[in-house]
Write a protein that binds this ligand. Structure first.
Ligand code: 4AD
Ligand code: MG
Length: 473
C-alpha cells in the first residue's frame, strides 16, 4: 500500500471535528485537520488525539504501523499540526464513538517537544497567563473562548429579538461618564516635550483633537442620546479604566453591554436586567453543555447547578438602606467597615447574596454621594434610583439606574459634583428638548463570563488581559 506520509494530500473537503461524530459519516473517508494533543501507542499501533478547536472533543486517529514508517511519525508530537485522511469507523475505545483509521497523514508544522510549553501535564492557570498566546490551544481556554463567543452572540440575539438597536458609541471621548477620574489619556503630543500655555499647563489646543481626550469608561452618555431618539438601544464594546485595582474581578480593558431605554423606570430596568441575565445563562446551558461539563469537572463541581439555580429563581430586590441593616446585624467581621453611606465592597455584596439571601440580589436606592451624577434623585434628596445586580461569587455584575430627566436637578448635581459642565452641553440637550424618563444599565461581559464558566480570575475569561503592569501579547 502506498500509505506514506505525503506532502500532497488529494483534495478531500475537510470536516471539522465538531461535525465528525455525525453517524452519517461512519464508514466514509474523511479529512480532518488540527493540532496533536497526545500520541501514544506501541510497536504495532499509535493513537493520536487530534483537536481543531471546533469542539472540546478530540478525534482519535489510529495509525497502523504496518502502513507507516515509524521514523516519519516521530515529529508527530504534542502541538504539531496535521492533516489526516482516513476511514471513520466506530470506536471500541472508551470515551469516543468514532475514530479515524489513518490512510494519509501530512504534517503541516512540527512542535519541538523541548521547546513547546504545552506538554501533556496539566498547567496552572497562572503559568498559562504567561503564555496567553498559546493558551487558546488548551482544553480550558478552548472551552472558555467558545463560551465567550456564544455569550456574545446570545447578547446580540436577545436585544435584536426584543427590538433594541445596536449603537456604536465612541471609544475616544472628551467626557468622563462615571466621574471616577480613572481614564487613560489619548494624545499625540510629544510627552517628552509637551507644549504649555501661559499658566504653565499642558496646551491641549495643540493636541490632535484640540482638547484633552481619553479612552471611554462607558458608552452610556452617548447611549442616552440614542435611546431618546430610537427608543431602545444597546452598546457592546470595549471600555477602559485606569484604576489601579489588582483584583480577580477588575480589568483595565473590559467589554461592557449597556442597554438604554426611553420611558423605562427603575422597575422596568430591573425586570430587563433579570430577564436578560437569565436568558444569557440559559443560552449557555442550551448551547455550551460540552464545554460547561468540562469546566465543571475540572474546576467547579457545582457550576451547572448554580447556573440552573439562577435561571429558575427570582432575584431579591432590596433598598440599600435595608441591605445595610442586614449587614450591620450580621455579626460578621468585615475587612471594610459597614455603615449607611459606605460604598459596598465585594465582601458585603457576597454576604448578602451567598449567606443571607442565597440568591442574586438587586440592591436599589443607594446614597447619592457614592453614585454617578446622572442618576435620578429620590424625593428624600439623599438617595438615587440606582440598581446594582449582585451575583454569587462575583458581587456586582450589573450597575445601572433610572436617569435624572429633569434639567434643573441634573444641572444642580453637575455643579455639586464639580463636573465641567461646558463639556456636557450636548448631554444636557436631551433634557432641554423633549426629555423623557429613561433607564439603563451596564453589564460587565467578563463578570458574566466568570459566572458562567466558573473561573475565579477575570484574567482567565478574556483572551489577552490588560491589567496594571501587564500588556503583553
Ligand atoms: O457600575 P459601572 O461603573 O457602571 C457604568 O459604567 C454605567 N455607565 C453603566 C450604565 O448604567 N450604562 O460598570 C458597569 C459594570 C459593573 O457592574 C461591572 O460588571 C463592570 O461593568 N465593570 C468591570 N468589569 C471588569 N473590570 C472593571 N474594572 C470593571 N468596572 C466595571
Ligand atoms: Mg458600579
Amino acid at each position: 500500500m502506498g500509505n506514506k506520509i505525503t506532502n500532497k494530500m488529494e483534495t478531500l473537503k475537510r470536516t471539522k471535528i465538531a461535525d465528525i461524530f455525525n453517524p452519517a459519516l461512519l464508514n466514509t473517508t474523511v479529512c480532518v485537520k488540527g493540532w496533536v494533543r497526545t500520541r501514544r501507542g506501541n510497536k504495532h499501533v499509535n493513537f493520536i488525539a487530534l483537536n481543531d478547536g471546533s469542539t472540546i472533543k478530540n478525534i482519535q486517529v489510529v495509525v497502523d504501523l504496518a502502513n507507516f514508517d515509524e521514523e516519519i511519525l516521530k515529529p508527530i508530537t504534542t502541538g504539531a499540526s496535521l492533516c489526516v485522511v482516513g476511514k471513520l469507523v466506530e470506536s471500541m475505545g472508551k470515551g469516543q464513538t468514532a475514530e479515524i483509521q489513518a490512510e494519509k497523514i501530512e504534517i503541516y508544522g512540527k512542535a519541538d517537544p523541548e521547546l513547546y510549553p504545552l506538554q501533556k501535564k496539566g498547567h496552572s492557570l497562572e503559568f498559562l497567563r504567561e503564555i496567553a498566546h498559546l493558551r487558546p490551544r488548551t482544553n480550558t481556554f478552548g472551552a472558555v473562548l467558545r463560551i465567550r463567543h456564544h455569550m456574545a452572540y446570545a447578547i446580540h440575539k436577545y436585544f435584536n429579538d426584543h427590538g433594541f438597536f445596536y449603537m456604536h458609541t465612541p471609544l475616544i471621548t472628551a467626557s468622563d461618564c462615571e466621574g471616577a477620574g480613572a481614564m487613560f489619556q489619548v494624545t499625540t503630543l510629544d510627552i517628552n516635550d509637551v507644549p504649555r500655555n501661559e499658566e504653565g499647563k499642558v496646551d491641549y489646543t495643540q493636541d490632535f483633537f484640540g482638547k484633552q481626550t481619553s479612552l471611554t469608561v462607558s458608552g452610556q452618555l452617548e447611549g442616552e442620546l440614542g435611546a431618546t431618539a430610537l427608543g431602545a438601544i444597546y452598546t457592546f464594546g470595549p471600555t477602559f479604566r485606569a484604576e489601579n485595582s489588582n483584583t480577580p474581578r477588575h480589568l483595565a480593558e473590559f467589554w461592557m453591554i449597556e442597554p438604554e431605554v426611553a420611558f423605562n423606570d427603575i422597575t422596568d430596568n430591573m425586570d430587563l436586567a433579570e430577564d436578560f441575565l437569565k436568558y444569557c445563562i440559559n443560552y449557555a446551558l442550551e448551547n455550551c453543555m460540552d464545554d460547561l461539563n468540562f469546566l465543571s469537572e475540572m474546576y467547579d463541581k457545582e457550576l451547572i447547578e448554580r447556573l440552573r439555580f439562577v435561571v429558575d429563581n427570582e432575584f431579591v430586590r432590596l433598598p440599600y438602606t435595608e441591605g445595610i441593616k442586614i449587614l450591620e446585624a450580621s455579626g460578621e467581621k468585615f475587612e471594610f467597615p459597614i455603615y449607611w453611606g459606605a460604598d459596598l465592597q465585594s465582601e458585603h455584596e457576597r454576604y448578602l447574596v451567598e449567606k443571607h439571601f442565597k440568591k442574586p440580589v438587586i440592591l436599589t436606592d443607594y446614597p447619592k454621594d457614592i453614585k454617578a451624577f446622572y442618576m435620578k434623585l429620590n424625593d428624600d434628596n439623599k438617595t438615587v434610583r440606582a440598581m446594582d445586580v449582585l451575583f454569587p461569587r462575583i458581587g456586582e455584575i450589573i450597575g445601572g439606574s433610572e436617569r435624572e430627566d429633569n434639567l434643573d436637578k441634573l444641572q444642580a448635581r453637575i455643579i455639586e459634583m464639580n463636573i465641567p459642565d461646558k463639556d456636557m452641553w450636548w448631554y444636557l440637550d436631551t433634557r432641554r428638548f423633549g426629555t423623557v424618563p429613561h433607564a439603563g444599565f451596564g453589564l460587565g461581559f467578563e463578570r458574566l463570563l466568570l459566572f458562567v464558566t466558573g473561573m475565579t480570575n477575570i484574567r482567565d475569561v478574556i483572551p489577552f488581559p490588560r491589567t496594571p503592569k501587564t500588556a503583553e501579547f
